[in-house]
Design a protein around this ligand. Structure first.
Ligand SMILES: Nc1ncnc2c1ncn2[C@@H]1O[C@H](COP(=O)(O)OP(=O)(O)OP(=O)(O)O)[C@@H](O)[C@H]1O
Length: 527
């Protein structure tokens, strides 16, 4: 090996040694960089986890502050006094509540039960399941704003669809927020705040589905604020057994005072409160529609029994038109004027028209509302099976009857007249004047289409499911309008036959008299 070769070998060896030295240095630097990065990553992940945990705890504290406080109190109790004393105290409290409930269920529910139940239902039922029910009923708003890239190629089209579905799933679904739960003896009121893109009517439309989801027979939606609705679920049906009507009063109370003719007891509402009907003033003209056997008779009799004292005192004069000659005929003495045939019905209506004209003459310019007195009593007309005479009779009689009923209902309110009609088939052809009745009651009907005919558009959607009332629930029906925001389910007080007889005896003995229209016909004929 010559000198040149030795020099070359040394130079290459030296170069390699330098490269190795540099590589070793770089490797060491890189290792410490990676080490630092790894440490940073671990720290970041830990910090992120910690932040999420803190966020979750804060959310729980804010969202479930009652539960958190209760748990904190339990923990404090166990720590300070021990768990044995806690178990004993809870046991004694439960026993006291049980006794209270057994002895005074109404008082217990009013002061304690409903709060406990509301808390429990919110915690165990609505808090957990409501979001799912709302979603299943289409009451959530999905963010569908993700752009859809359509490719004509079949394979890639499928891929795109899957991608879009996944993206939508990942994107948030806005669910109405549960605000509060209240629980009454028979209903739960669940308040929710709507999300942008929803309106209260969306909830109305799926009330049936919500009732099914909650496994109850009835659900109703009330709009409380523009973006807050109350979804009411009926837990217990308070109208599943007959409601008793008022008894006929004792003979001594004959002055008629003490009965508010603007709100006469007629039965009970689905909330367990009294259902009242006016016999005078706005809303007194009432149309009651219901299939045969739906209980129209009890809607007729229950207010009359409640108004027994004013009828006996002559402050309310009842007239009756009874084409079937069965329902009103049973208490014939109660009715000052009474007609069965078309001609007799016209006589009754004609007599009422005369009284109407008379009152117009006497009171015109003196008062805007005729005060109730024995001289000018409330003239109450009970028109049973109104369709029999407004449709199924000869044209001339029919037109005359319709005309008079229309005049009495449009002009009679301020002059102290009230017309109450009962019909099986609530079509416009059967009752051409049905719109003139200011208050309408829908008992069991045979078709869903009849509900809006009686109560107006949207009644069925808002919960007046009158076609679904079972045949066994005679006297049950819905009222809507006239100050009632949502359809209200009611049951008329049941009036047995002997009570009708008792009423007849009571009012006729007190002086309520029968006007013989045949005499008036004779007088008119000879005049
Ligand atoms: N409020 C009520 N509570 C319990 N049962 C009732 C009530 N009202 C009526 N019923 C029962 O339903 C039956 C039918 O009632 P009702 O005769 O009043 O019906 P309706 O609608 O007048 O029938 P129709 O048009 O055929 O005369 C009654 O015999 C009674 O047994």
């Amino acid at each position: 090996m010559n000198t040149q070769e030795i020099m070359t070998t040394l130079a290459v060896g030296g170069g390699l040694a330098v490269v190795l030295w540099v590589l070793a240095k770089v490797g060491r630097v890189l290792a410490s960089v990676f080490e630092a990065l790894a440490a940073l990553a671990v720290l970041g992940v830990a910090l992120w986890g910690l932040l999420r945990a803190v966020g979750w705890i804060v959310r729980q504290l804010v969202g479930h502050w009652r539960t958190c406080l209760a748990l904190l109190a339990l923990w404090a109790w166990c720590t300070v006094l021990g768990w044995v004393s806690l178990v004993v105290t809870v046991g004694v409290l439960a026993a006291v509540l049980l006794m209270w409930w057994r002895l005074d269920a109404v008082g217990y529910d009013q002061w304690c039960g409903r709060w406990l139940r509301a808390w429990w239902l919110r915690w165990a039922l609505y808090g957990r399941k409501l979001a799912g029910w709302l979603h299943a009923c289409g009451l959530t708003v999905r963010d569908d704003a993700i752009p859809v890239d359509v490719t004509v190629n079949l394979v890639s089209r499928r891929r795109k669809r899957e991608a879009v579905a996944k993206a939508r799933q990942a994107s948030g679904v806005a669910v109405p927020k549960l605000l509060s739960v209240r629980s009454g003896p028979s209903w739960d009121e669940v308040r929710v705040r709507l999300v942008p893109g929803q309106k209260p009517e969306d909830f109305d439309e799926v009330a049936r589905e919500l009732a099914v989801a909650r496994k109850v027979a009835r659900c109703q939606v009330r709009e409380l604020e523009p973006d807050v609705v109350s979804i009411d679920f009926m837990r217990r049906d308070l109208l599943d057994t007959a409601v008793t009507g008022l008894p006929v009063p004792e003979m001594v109370s004959v002055d008629g005072s003490g009965v508010d003719l603007r709100a006469v007891y007629a039965g009970s509402t689905e909330y367990g409160t009294p259902w009242t009907l006016p016999l005078v003033g706005g809303g007194a003209h009432t149309l009651v529609a219901g299939a045969s056997g739906s209980g129209k008779g009890s809607v007729l009799w229950a207010p009359l029994v409640s108004a027994a004292a004013p009828i006996r005192a002559g402050l309310v004069r009842v007239s009756g038109i009874d084409p079937k000659a069965v329902e009103l005929a049973y208490g014939r003495g109660i009715f000052a004027r009474y007609g069965v045939s078309g001609k007799e019905a016209l006589d009754v209506l004609e007599a009422l028209m005369e009284e109407l004209e008379n009152r117009k003459r006497v009171f015109a310019g003196y008062t805007r509302q005729v005060p109730v007195s024995a001289e000018y009593p409330v003239e109450l007309l009970e028109f049973d099976e109104i369709g029999a005479l407004t449709r199924y009779t000869d044209r001339k009689t029919r037109d005359a009857i319709v005309e008079r009923v229309a005049i009495l209902t449009t002009q009679g309110r301020a002059l102290g007249f009230a017309v109450r009609g009962y019909v099986q088939e609530p079509t416009k052809e059967t009752v051409p004047v049905r719109e003139l009745f200011t208050r309408r009651i829908c008992l069991r009907v045979t078709a869903k289409s009849q509900v809006p005919m009686v109560l107006g558009d949207g009644a069925y959607e808002r919960g007046a499911w009158a076609n679904r009332i079972p045949e066994s629930a005679a006297g049950v029906g819905y009222v809507w309008g006239e100050g009632i925001r949502e359809p209200l389910r009611v049951r008329a007080g049941w009036v047995p036959d002997q009570t009708v007889k008792h009423l007849e005896h009571y009012v006729t003995n007190g002086g309520a008299s029968v006007i013989h229209l045949s005499d008036r016909r004779g007088e008119r004929g000879t005049a």
